[in-house]
Design a protein around this ligand. Structure first.
Ligand SMILES: Nc1ncnc2c1ncn2[C@@H]1O[C@H](COP(=O)(O)OP(=O)(O)O)[C@@H](O)[C@H]1O
Ligand SMILES: [Mg+2]
Length: 262
């Protein structure tokens, strides 16, 4: 195990909302995330995928178990761990260049340096000509690229993405996946990406963690060692698609049955 491995051991989370029944979202979840690894979390909705990311990000306390990074327990957020949501959470009143340099200025970088780093990053995500635009002047795909640039500005060791491309059309989504693979290779960061798209999981992951229905736990972990880019007509991709469809079908049925019983 490397020094920077992120280790989750027997992680559990029960939400206890005030005035409502408590919800066991996760149970006994264990995995090691190796440096530079691309992990995809795949599972039916409501199985605790977002919950797991919040805890990895240090934004929520865990109920049981431990999460360690390089042997140290994760107890709060850190610039080493960036989180990107489905809808890019950019400040609408700032230009995208200002959005990207914002985090850097909090970290104490001088304004000239912030500006320069923001420009480099936005160029690297193909937004070099749009730095002075506000978020609502950009398309959904461009906003997500700006959000990636902002997260990468902090040079995180671990980038967490919660269904980052779910709101995008199919063609933009495929382009964003290629773009993300490039960023990942250039940055050397580990990525943990949540999706409910089987094809997205197969296109991206070194390992796919299939969740059970709630309480979410590891149903199985499937390594994918097909070189990228992975052609959808590759017979190995077909085989994986069938395998994941079958693995998920049971869990989706279980999740549905439970929702109907409520
Ligand atoms: N802040 C919260 N307070 C109470 N319950 C929550 C909270 N966040 C999530 N949950 C519950 O935890 C379960 C898992 O949710 P979530 O992690 O969002 O699932 P997923 O991302 O896999 O769709 C759901 O039953 C959800 O209602
Ligand atoms: Mg979610």
């Amino acid at each position: 195990m490397s020094a920077e491995t992120v280790t989750l051991q027997h992680v559990g989370k029960t939400w206890c909302p005030v005035g409502r029944p408590s919800v066991e979202a996760l149970r006994d979840f264990s995995i090691d995330i190796e440096p530079g690894e691309f992990i995809v979390l795949l599972g039916p909705s409501g199985c605790g995928k977002s919950t797991l990311l919040y805890m990895l990000a240090g934004l929520e306390d865990i109920s049981t178990g431990t999460i360690r990074e390089g042997g140290r327990e994760i107890t709060g957020p850190s610039p080493d761990r960036g989180l990107i949501f489905q809808e890019a959470a950019l400040f609408p009143w700032l230009t995208i260049a200002q959005n990207v340099s914002f985090g850097l200025s909090i970290q104490g970088l001088g304004s000239k340096e912030c500006e320069q780093r923001a420009r480099e990053l936005l160029r690297s995500v193909g937004l070099g000509g749009l730095m002075d635009k506000k978020p609502d002047e950009l398309s959904g795909g461009m906003r997500q690229r700006a959000a990636c640039a902002r997260a990468l500005a902090m040079r995180p060791k671990l980038l967490m993405m919660d269904e980052p491309f779910a709101a995008l059309d199919v063609q933009t989504r495929a382009k964003m996946q290629d773009f993300l693979l490039q960023l990942w290779q250039d940055s050397g960061a580990s990525i943990v990406l949540v999706t409910h798209s089987i094809d997205e999981a197969i296109a991206l992951a070194d390992r796919v963690v299939v969740f059970t229905a709630r309480p979410g736990t590891v149903k199985t972990i499937v390594p994918i060692d097909i070189p990228r880019p992975r052609a959808s007509r590759d017979p190995r991709v077909h085989e994986l698609r069938d395998q994941f469809t079958e693995l998920l079908a049971d869990e989706v049925d279980r999740a549905f049955a439970e929702q109907e019983a409520l």
